[in-house]
Design a protein around this ligand. Structure first.
Ligand SMILES: Nc1ccn([C@@H]2O[C@H](COP(=O)(O)OP(=O)(O)OP(=O)(O)O)[C@@H](O)[C@H]2O)c(=O)n1
Ligand SMILES: C[C@](O)(CO)[C@H](O)COP(=O)(O)O
Length: 232
């Protein structure tokens, strides 16, 4: 059988409003390296064939010099400019990966993706065509009403916190994104939602890790430093 091609799209075009920092959060330094370095290094060391890095306007040269070349991330085949919303940035990445059979879409703001997670995404996607990494929630979840009252409690065993990578058959996710972008649904927050909304297709859940956090607000940096001091 012909070898299947896997591309990783690493997203780093956000402006990190919730971090409230002068430097975009993907470039903040944790343990001597930028946040973005850690996930790029995991994909570099994995079996993915290539990486497309999606960055903010005017950041291409900086990223090539200060991260990709500096740390020898040689699988990066393109560094492209992202868009206004996360889903615009994903689509820019998808345009660069048209010869891949499967794509792993990952937040550059999640530095703790690991080899085991990447390996399982690559292993499962040929069967399910759409796989998302996540973990069961630990707290009780409430649905709030407009007035700030807790009105409903979903059964916790059916509630997962969703992470990345989110891994798909290229043809399927490209078509879904093309369709979604005709209407630009602002409430889209992840890639699996694009498939749910356009194709009614479910994604297979793959257990990730409670460490696979997204660096979003300042306290996440404290946690990230602790994880780096205490590797798994
Ligand atoms: N237009 C955008 C928005 C987000 N992202 C990326 O998508 C990931 C998840 O997004 P999020 O954590 O929301 O990052 P920001 O948009 O930067 O943060 P905020 O929402 O606080 O502004 C990040 O790696 C971010 O760089 C992107 O590539 N392009
Ligand atoms: C894709 C994601 O990381 C899954 O949890 C998340 O939805 C990204 O959301 P954000 O609003 O862009 O942080």
């Amino acid at each position: 059988m012909e070898k299947q091609k896997y591309a990783a799209i690493v997203l780093a075009a956000g402006s990190g409003k919730r971090m409230n920092s002068q430097v975009h959060k993907q470039y903040l330094i944790i343990q001597d390296r930028p946040v973005l370095y850690y996930s790029l290094k995991e994909f570099q060391d994995s079996a993915v064939d290539e990486i497309v890095l999606v960055v903010g306007k005017g950041e291409e040269e900086f990223c090539r010099r200060e991260i990709v070349d500096k740390y020898g991330i040689s699988k990066v085949k393109a560094i492209v400019e992202g868009g206004k919303e996360r889903y615009h940035s994903v689509f820019e990445g998808l345009k660069q990966t048209s010869d891949a059979d499967y794509v792993l879409i990952h937040d550059g703001a999640r530095p703790f993706v690991n080899q085991d997670i990447i390996r399982r995404c690559m292993l499962e996607v040929p069967e399910y065509q759409a796989c998302v990494v996540g973990m069961p929630v630990k707290d009780t979840i409430k649905i709030a009403d407009e007035g700030g009252y807790a009105k409903q409690t979903p059964d916790r065993k059916n509630v997962w916190m969703i992470q990345t990578p989110q891994t798909f058959s290229y043809a399927l996710i490209y078509e879904a994104y093309e369709e979604m972008l005709k209407t630009e649904d602002a409430a889209i927050t992840d890639d699996a939602m694009v498939l749910e909304r356009t194709k009614g297709k479910k994604s297979k859940l793959i257990e990730g890790s409670y460490r696979n956090i997204k660096i979003t607000t300042p306290e996440d940096l404290l946690i990230a430093n602790v994880y780096l001091q205490h590797p798994e």
